[in-house]
Design a protein around this ligand. Sequence first.
Ligand SMILES: [Zn+2]
Length: 87
Amino acid sequence: MKFDLSVTVINGQKALIVQPAIPDDAPQEVKNALATRREANATGVCPACGAVWTRPSRAERREAARRGDPVHLRMEHEDDCSALRVA
Ligand SMILES: [Zn+2]
C-alpha cells in the first residue's frame, strides 16, 4: 500500500498525517473505505462510525517528548465500520 503525507494542527500542535493512497485500480468498496479513512484521519472523527482519536495520556506524551519520539493517535473504529473494508 502507498501512503501520502499531510500536515495539520491538532490541539495547537503540528501533526503529520500518514494517509493511505487510493489506488486507481482498486475495487470501488476499497476506494470508499480508504476515502473514509482519509477523512477520519484528517478530521479526527470517522464519518462512518463516529470513532474519534484517542489521545495518549499525559505520561505517554511526556515520555514520547523525552525520547524525542512522535506521539501517535489511535482511532478504534466499530467492527462493522465501512472504513475497515479494505481487504
Ligand atoms: Zn469508522
